[in-house]
Ligand binder design. Structure first.
Ligand code: UDP
Length: 243
């Protein structure tokens, strides 16, 4: 397993490597938990405007390059890195060899359960010890905290959208200090079959965002972040940016 190389974009770290799941699981064997952020252009732009989000990205254990914009930025800077979609990291963690417990929190009612059923069937060595949809009443929130504290799942996936899931994890990770916590956006919807992932051709040509726009046209306004990101990233002159 190779070491991770820390790069920098707009004053934020990006860890480049190939075996993130192994890296996280090895750390976990050593008793160390982690929060993972899957950085894309839209999130980098949010962080540029939101110092709290930027600070979180600067301080957590692992930031993976999820998004064509991030990869293309480094390519323009002469550094080739591999894109690592968050959903693929989550899948690698769930299907890694060995007995493992997981918890799925987020998405619409029914979706986390459906996603959990898919994974229980796919991986007999995996035990999804709990699910909770992402539209909590105060009572649900208390019950969720109790469940997490009691079950100490090894993998905790949180699908509340960016940046709500990142802040929620930061606030609650002390409940399960040895867990691997990952904000997974729309992954439960994809596992449950309520949304599709872009076909491979789109991913290979860095056009996953275009497929997403076709599936969810109401996102067009959010996607205006992409050209703004290109300008901001390439003209950013923070003290720590380097490749
Ligand atoms: N979601 C949720 N609670 C909320 C808001 C959103 O559980 O209060 C879920 C939503 O149902 C969806 C996921 O969060 O399953 C967000 O997915 P999206 O693809 O929009 O993630 P993003 O692109 O924002 O990371």
């Amino acid at each position: 397993m190779g070491a991770l190389e820390t790069l920098s974009i707009m004053g934020m770290p990006v860890h480049s490597g190939t075996h993130y799941a192994d890296w996280l699981l090895l750390r976990q064997q050593q008793g160390l938990g982690a929060q993972v952020i899957t950085l894309n252009a839209e999130m980098a732009m949010q962080a540029d405007r939101n110092p709290q989000l930027k600070h979180l990205i600067q301080t957590i254990e692992l930031v993976i390059p999820d998004g064509a914009g991030i990869v293309l930025y480094f390519r323009l800077k002469g550094k080739r890195i591999r894109r690592s979609p968050g959903i693929e990291l989550a899948e690698a963690l769930l299907s890694a060899p060995g007995e493992r417990t997981a918890f799925f929190f987020g998405a619409a009612p029914g979706t986390a359960e459906a996603a959990a059923r898919v994974w229980q069937q796919r991986c007999p060595h995996l035990s999804v010890v709990g699910t909770q949809h992402g539209y909590l009443t105060p009572e649900d929130a208390d019950a969720l905290v109790e469940q997490l504290q009691a079950k100490q799942p090894q993998l905790i996936f949180v699908a509340l959208g960016v940046p709500r899931q990142e802040f929620w994890i930061a606030e609650h990770r002390h409940l399960c200090p040895h867990s691997i916590w990952v904000g997974v956006g729309g992954s439960f919807d994809i596992w449950a079959g309520t949304k599709d992932r872009a076909p491979a051709w789109f991913c290979e040509h860095h056009l996953e965002w275009l497929y997403r726009l076709y599936q969810e046209p109401w996102r067009w306004r959010r996607m205006l972040a992409l050209p703004k990101f290109a300008i901001r990233a390439l003209t950013y002159s923070g003290y720590s940016d380097s490749t």
